[in-house]
Design a binder for this molecule. Structure first.
Ligand code: ACO
Ligand code: OAA
Length: 369
């Protein structure tokens, strides 16, 4: 037959890159980001600190943090024609497809597209971090024929993002919870979307192309699309008992339960999920309504007992976004916005030490005489 090598379906356990960006240290139970534990970072730092850490290799001082924020704010605007183009999309277009189209269109406005040097890509990364939240919030509005919401530069980066989504200026409490979700989603080693971006970058294709491919990867329900699927599942039930019955019947039908399981931590809880579970608790307490929290906990118990499988970040991010008043179709685009920084760091690293990705196959088809 063809090449006969050991084959690992889904590339499980295969090392695809050497990186100094992040590592899931399952033995120590740490998500290592540039040497720090992501969970500890999420308790003490904000999203813009993580942006600086991933793009500049160190946590920022106050002055550096202000400079990053100013840089991103100066990049909020999107060329009018990009929104004009998005207006042509059918109303049923999913915001991830709107985002994919809008992001891809930005390439044409970059006059140095062929320059893939680390410095040029870093500058592009800041531009994209400024623009992606605007595309996310407003492509949704444009496609639905609603009015655009202009960014408010007097708000913090995260508060403005949440404001553009909901149309309401968030409280400091809501902003802090949203910002924490962005930190937790910011970077996670080599998921399918990051691998996709690195594979595209390895041809020396540009950052926009690599990220556009990553949007398509992230949209799938086995990856980022799970956060939206979790919320739809939770809304199918209106009590803890109904949710338990729903899960039992899905399991009896051999369905996958969205928000559970993970290629790397299949038999352990995703440490990020615990942080979002705590955020859900806080939101439920503040709103005096803990139904979603109770349902989620009951779901966790059933999955542990029936399958020995635990929640991933998407399971608790979904009800948190619901409690923050975020429309469900924006959950995965928000995940992408937060991950933009991690993806950019990976593309920069790929271009720095590039070798084309080009694996082989074991041929199991016919040979003709
Ligand atoms: C932030 C993120 O992107 S995290 C991932 C978000 N995705 C989801 O939540 C979707 C639901 N989860 C899943 O489908 C899986 O757990 C994945 C895709 C994340 C990882 O899957 P893989 O590593 O490929 O494991 P695989 O699909 O081979 O599953 C192993 C076993 O666990 C079972 N399993 C895994 N996840 C689930 C689940 N969510 N519900 C029910 N059973 C599950 C599989 O049916 C399989 O059982 P079997 O051996 O009896 O056939
Ligand atoms: O690591 C993965 O495979 C998926 C994931 O949790 C993420 O991208 O945050």
């Amino acid at each position: 037959m063809g090449v006969e090598e050991k084959f690992f379906p889904g590339l499980e356990g295969v090392v695809a890159a050497e990186t100094s960006i992040s590592f899931l240290d399952t033995k120590q139970g740490e998500i290592v980001i540039k040497g720090y534990d992501l969970i500890e970072l999420s308790k003490a730092y904000r999203y813009l600190d993580i942006v600086h850490l991933l793009l500049e290799e160190a946590l920022p001082n106050e002055e550096q943090k202000r400079a990053v924020e100013e840089k991103l704010k100066s990049e909020y605007d999107i060329p009018r024609e990009v929104f004009d183009m998005l207006k042509l999309l059918p109303e049923k277009t999913h915001p991830m497809d709107g985002l994919r189209t809008g992001l891809s269109a930005l390439a044409g406005y970059d006059s140095h597209l062929d320059n893939c040097s680390p410095q040029a890509n870093k500058e592009r990364a800041y531009k994209l971090l400024g623009k992606v939240p605007n595309i996310v919030a407003n492509s949704y509005r444009v496609i639905q024929k609603a009015e655009l919401v202009a960014p408010l530069p007097e708000l913090s980066y995260s508060a403005n993002f949440l404001y553009m989504i909901t149309g309401k200026i968030p409280s400091a409490f809501e902003e802090a919870i949203f910002d924490r979700s962005l930190v937790l989603y910011s970077e996670h080693e080599m998921p399918n979307s990051t691998f996709t971006a690195r594979v595209i970058a390895s041809t020396l294709s540009d950052l926009y192309g690599a990220l556009t491919g990553a949007v398509a990867s992230l949209k799938g329900n086995l990856h980022g699309g799970a956060n939206e699927a979790v919320m739809h599942m939770l809304l199918e039930a209106s009590s803890v008992e109904e949710f338990e019955q729903l899960l039992e019947s899905k399991l009896a039908n051999k369905e996958r339960i969205m928000g559970f399981g993970h290629r790397v931590y299949m038999k352990k809880i995703d440490p990020r999920a615990l942080m979002m579970k705590d955020a859900l608790r806080q939101l439920c307490d503040a709103k005096g309504d803990d139904l979603l929290y109770q349902m989620c906990e009951a779901g966790e118990k059933i999955m542990e007992c029936e399958k020995g499988i635990y929640p991933n970040l998407d399971y608790y991010a979904a009800p948190v976004y619901w409690m923050l008043g975020i429309p469900i179709p924006l959950y995965t685009p928000i995940f992408f916005s937060a991950r933009t920084v991690g993806l950019c760091a990976h593309v920069i690293e790929q271009h720095k030490h590039n070798r084309l990705f080009r694996p082989r196959v074991n041929y199991i088809g016919q040979r003709r005489a």
